[in-house]
Every structure is written in structure tokens, then in C-alpha cells.
Ligand binder design. Sequence first.
Ligand SMILES: [Zn+2]
Length: 453
Amino acid sequence: MLKFYNTLSKKVENFTSINPPHVGMYTCGPTTYDFVHIGNLRTFIFEDILQRVLEISGYEIKRVMNITDIDDKIIKGAKEKGIGISEFSAPFERAFMMDLAKLNIKYANIFPKATEYVDHMIKYIEELIRKKLSYVEKDGSVYFDISKFPEYGKLSGLDKRELKSGTRILSDEYSKDDAQDFALWKSVQADEVGYNSPWGRGRPGWHIECSVMSQQYLGDTFDIHAGAVDLIFPHHENEIAQSEGKTGKKFVNFFMEGEHLLVGGQKMAKSAGNFYKLKDLEERNFDPLAFRYLCLTAHYRERLNFTWASLQAAQNALNNLREEIRGWNEEIGLSEQPKGSTDQFWQRFLDVANNDLNIPQAVAVVWEMVRSNTPTTSKYQTLLKMDKVLGLGLDKYLGKPIEVPANVSRLVTERESIRKSGDFKKSDKLRHKIKKLGYDIEDTPEGPRVKRI
Ligand SMILES: [Zn+2]
């Protein structure tokens, strides 16, 4: 049974979709004012794992991820460079797509851009005004009146007394103390980036875009909305107010939010100099998939502390795993009878993965299976299935011969003939020599198997 922690109920609940086998899933995407940082990427990896676990259970996912290509920072950045906002955003969007590919993160089915849905947002806001959930200020800005939505705060668990109804927030960014009426539409001066609307020239707020674009593709009510934990309030809370206020129906059945990535025990900040992007990791010769592996070692609802040492440990573990699975046989060899099954490993892997994505435990099961003496022919297909969830790209290594340098290869052949002749002392000596060159030998019924140390 598939179970996920639902932020709405604050409990782990059994998951069933509204219309099986289909699952509608919306995940908040990047704001393209800069490259995404590794904290953002941790969230996207968590969402990717969520999709893969649903898929292995037979669900078909329709996934929507927005691209926020208009906000205060983008406008400021474009202005400073003297270019248009789409020209400013484009390279960051391209880099984001590349990062996803390098991390084996599946692309969403649809990546709607905020600037392409402004007309939809205007219509949506008109409906909220008609329902008296929103009001227009003298300057032409439109706000959502949180006092008109009694359930405001149900996701984030805000105490009603904290709510400052009647005070307003216009900025795209605000703190937990600012539970107040939020902007759906912000009026702008004639020379600023904006669009014409019934309330004058302006631009949409950040929250409205996610309500509009999710419901556009997934309907009034859909299965899963995911993001990072810092989006619970105000972003997801505001999305609920807008969406449920408009339709009178439940917006989303499951809200799932991934915890933060800390760097050196601290929150990432440009000012602290611990603000890393994927290319910073690559410049230090790390494989992007080592970062993915690192993310798999912590539960998504727990903080993960990134250090260069922890990334190195993840890289080593991934390298070891790749080496272990080289030379595995897919076909059953003559000397190898199918004895032992991997069913129990697969079942345990599924059980933990399905239990609110306990991926650290799933990785432990993978290692247990890899190191077990179950025949590789039996492990081969099971590992491929497991990697459908983990997304480590292990198929590139599975069963592939390792590239052994000619000098090592000669020594291996020499040792094998000596070993067969029964001179174990001499063959051990050669093994030692081979080890010094960075390789080890495992004697199997099919002959020697060479591994990189
Ligand atoms: Zn969003």
C-alpha cells in the first residue's frame, strides 16, 4: 500500500488517486532570475522520486511544473542589463533544463510559463472579485481578502490570531509574520513591465500563477501538489485560498513538501558564500549523479546537511556500486544454476519506498542485495527495476566489462594459469601486484572477475 505524509492532515495517509491509474501532480518550478541552487535541486529530486514510486505502483502521472518567468527580481535583473524579461530569463531556463537532465530528473509533461497565462490569471482574479473574496485598491492593485476565507491557515497551521486581515502585502517575498491580504495583481507605472487589465496596467502576483496553471491542466481538484517546505506558507496556503475560494471545491488531496538542504550546517545564502549550483559541483569534478545519490541517503522530510566530504562519500559509494555491478551476467551461464531469488529484496525495497518514500532504507536494501551471494543473473533484472525508482543510471554500468589496462590484464591471465597449476603462493604474489595497480580479482566459477578498487 502506498502511503505519503500529507501536510493537510499532518499524518501519513494511504494514497489513492481520484481517477486511477491517473495521477495529476503539480510541482512549483523555478523562478528564472538566476541558476537554481542545490537546495532547489534537492526538492526536484524528491519530486522525481515521488513520481517514480507512483509509476512503479502502476500509476500514470500527468505532471505540471511552472516556470515563473516574471517577478520582481527578474524585472530588476532585466532592467539592469537593459534587456527584456524573456531574454533575461532564457539562459536560466535552459540551464535549469540541463540540470534536470544531468540529475536524471524526468521532465514534467507540461512546463507552463507565467507570462503566457496572464489572460487566464486576469479572468481568474475577476471571478474572485465577483465572489467578493478580493478587492481592488485605489491604485489598481487587487488583493485577496483572507478574512473572507475562513479556512485560511489550514495548511500551515497558523493561529488565527496571527492573521492580520486588512493589512496588505505587495511584495513577492514575505515572512511568516506577514499573514495578511496578499496581492493577486500589482499595479505598475506606465514605463514598467506590465499588462493591461480591467484595473489598469499591472502584473500578476506570484501565488495566482500556480492556482491558474495547475487547474488549467489538472482540473479544479487534483491529486498531489509538491514543493519545498518553505512554500507551505505563504505560497501553498495562498494557492488553497485562491483555488478553493474560486471553485468551492477541495483544491488538492495531498500536499507534500520536502525539507531544506543545509550547507555546512547553515541555510544557503549568497552572503554566507555557501550558495552552490550544480556547475560548482561539476567544476570540482563531481558527477551530478553523486549529488543525486547524496539526496537519496536522507529522507525527504529530514534536513540534509551538504558538505564537500558528504558529497565525496556519496561519489565513492556510487563509484563502488558501479564497480560492483559490472560484469554481472544477464543470461544464465552454463556453470551457474538459478539458485536463490531476489524476490525478498524486491519486496523489501518496495515496502520501504512505498512507506512515505523511505529511500535511505531502499538504498540499504540495494546494497544488501548487491553484496549478497545470490547469483548475479538473478540480481540483474531486480537491480534494473530498483533503479527505475532511484534513477542512478545504473544500466550504463550493469553487466559492462570494466576497462582493464593491458598490463593488468596480462597479469590477470598469468595469475589464472598459475592458480590453475596449483601454485597458490605465486598466484597470491601476483594478486598483490595487481592490487598495487588498483585492481582486485574475484575468483568465480566463470573465471576471474576484475574489479577496480
Ligand atoms: Zn507554486
